[in-house]
Write a protein that binds this ligand. Structure first.
Ligand SMILES: [Zn+2]
Length: 580
């Protein structure tokens, strides 16, 4: 399911390819950035008595008693229609992920909750009392700051300045204040609809009089900006040019379209997670860049697997895990169920999440993945808040679901995930199940499936989509690991299921016949899935680098997966391979 995820994968591949020729780069280890020494507030008027100079003013002149403030990683002060951002000095130079999602959209432009844009950014103090936002790309790195080549990488990799602000006020050695009203109201490429979508939807200028900020809220590690943006739309071309995008139906009629966007700016971890070097024999999503080191005679491409950060709570637990005991991670992976989800389906979505528990147990973790109902009475929690991963429920006729995630490009650490679930995926499930299994399962012959059966179907799709958000790609080689004659073998089917991976597109066992007595025709989290999670999430003790881990991972592969057809991974992107 999900072309989106495939598109994302190819995007990641594209990033890997680009690295070979990329020149504009930057460095993840750089934390001091280009922070300049705080300057004293410049004088409000100069000695010649000329016109008052622009520059920082006393704090209380800017942040007046009227301010309504929201305090988090940065502080937001709202004064009448204006928004001011107070940035603590500790935030300058820190890398952050800006993720823009569509909150409400015109017909034909996707669905609420879908991601529109993401970009790593950094706030920086500039000259002349300015604050800059730089867009950071992770294509070339030299992580070791002690090596001379670190300077060479830095010198040839300048991150673009995508926004500049005048400093309105400075609190000495504490913070600076800028005004962000126009910036978030307008359509800066980094925080708005990307150029490609604009072309597709035929959007032209942003209409300032019909665009506004709904809210900006600050949280401990993130900032949530809700805005409404209205764009004019260019009319459809009179020529029947198939390359000309059709635009949005509402836009053609009205000449304009309005989007509601949610931008989350999330602080990336100060210490990036230990990387796990990608191995094409195990089907993880990956991200990559080119590494320059003094010791190497070439620029090395490095590809890293995308996964969650699971760490022991303390030393004692780490010891237990080392001795082979299961331990709970310090921070489990938690999925919340959108409160818009019909109550009767919630339990099945949750089961799909927790079907992955045994896979994490194989990797040494107990209760590593948990599903929860959204606490509707907790007014401090927001569904768009990037600190929470959610299965969003969309009232839509689309027959699909998709499982994206947002990862730290320095380490592959998954920061959050929002699974998109379309109501009408149930129609697709009903059709599949009836067509493929009605000969064997009388329950499939009804026009409307029983609730319990539909629930089981939902559980299966939930588990598949959650698999994507744990870092797993489709494994289109899994179903061919089952010998055809075994598909009618009741005992074998009970033990193994008809495919070794829920990440395949194997759907249901349609080979089974009524006389075989096979009742479980569903895919399940299988041997391959458990193995892949083990490969991705098993912690290594006594090693200090991804390269050392790689050796242990190779050994693990040889010990467990090599020669075991059920643990093979075959990519979804090689249609020439008959096994896939
Ligand atoms: Zn899928």
């Amino acid at each position: 399911m999900t072309r989106n995820i495939l598109a994302k994968f190819f995007l990641m591949l594209a990033v890997c390819c680009v690295t070979e020729m990329a020149v504009a780069q930057n460095n993840p280890a750089r934390s001091d950035s280009t922070k300049v020494n705080p300057k004293p507030a410049s004088a409000a008027a100069d000695s010649t008595g000329k016109e008052k100079k622009k520059g920082p003013k006393p704090y209380t002149d800017i942040i007046t008693a009227k301010a309504v403030s929201s305090k988090g990683m940065v502080w937001i002060h709202k004064i009448e229609d204006k928004y001011f951002m107070e940035i603590p000095d500790s935030v300058f130079g820190r890398e952050m992920m800006a993720i823009t999602r569509l909150a409400k959209v015109p017909t034909g432009a996707g669905y609420g909750g879908e991601e529109a844009n993401e970009q790593v950014i950094r706030f920086e103090r500039g000259p002349s009392d300015k604050v800059f936002i730089r867009a950071v790309d992770y294509l070339n790195v030299s992580a070791d700051t002690s090596q001379p080549i670190y300077k060479a990488v830095r010198n040839s990799n300048v991150d673009p300045i995508v926004a500049a602000f005048d400093i309105k006020s400075i609190r000495k050695d504490t913070s600076v204040v800028i005004e962000v009203t126009d910036f978030f109201k307008e359509a800066n490429q980094v925080f708005s609809i990307p150029p490609r979508s604009k072309q597709q939807y035929k959007l032209t200028e942003l209409q300032k009089d019909r665009s506004y900020i709904s809210s900006i809220r600050a949280y401990p590690i993130n900032l949530e900006i809700r805005s409404v943006k209205t764009f004019n739309v260019s009319p459809p071309s009179l020529k029947r040019d198939p390359s000309d995008p059709p635009g949005l139906p509402g836009g053609i009629a009205a000449g304009a379209v309005t989007f509601e966007l949610n931008t989350s700016i999330i602080m990336l971890p100060k210490v990036p997670m230990r990387k796990r070097l990608f191995d094409p024999r195990v089907g993880f999503f990956a991200t990559g860049y080119t590494v320059y080191t003094d010791d190497s005679q070439k620029a090395e491409d490095e590809t890293i697997a995308v996964r969650w950060r699971l760490e022991p709570k303390n030393e004692a637990d780490a010891k237990k895990q080392q001795q082979g005991q299961l331990i709970e991670p310090a921070k489990p992976i938690v999925y919340y169920i959108d409160p818009a989800t019909p109550v009767k389906w919630r339990q099945y979505l949750k089961q799909g999440v927790e079907d992955w528990k045994p896979a994490f147990e194989q990797a040494g973790w107990k209760n590593a993945i948990i599903a929860r109902d959204w606490p509707e009475n907790d007014t401090t929690m927001s569904l768009e808040d990037a600190r929470f991963s959610v299965i969003r429920y969309f009232a839509s006729d689309i027959q699909n679901a998709y499982g994206p995630n947002v990862s730290d490009p320095r380490s592959g650490e998954i920061i959050e995930s929002h699974i998109g679930w379309f109501h009408n995926v149930m129609r697709l499930l009903k059709m599949w199940y009836t067509v493929q299994t009605a000969a064997v399962d009388p329950r499939a012959r009804k026009n409307e499936l029983d609730e319990e059966l539909m629930g089981k179907l939902i559980r299966f799709v939930s588990a598949h989509e959650v698999g994507h958000t744990l870092g797993l790609r489709h494994n289109f080689g899994a179903s061919s690991a089952t010998p055809v004659e075994k598909l009618r073998d009741k005992k074998y089917m009970e033990q193994n299921g008809h495919t070794s991976s829920i990440m395949d597109y194997a759907r249901f066992n349609y080979v089974a016949q009524p006389e075989d007595g096979i009742t479980d025709l569903f895919p399940r989290v299988g041997d391959y899935d458990k193995w892949a999670i083990e490969w991705g999430y098993k912690p290594f003790y006594g090693t200090s680098s991804a390269e050392e881990d790689k050796k242990l991972l190779n050994k693990l592969y040889l010990d467990k997966a090599y020669g075991n057809r059920r643990l093979w991974f075959l990519t979804e992107s090689n249609p020439q391979d008959p096994r896939a």
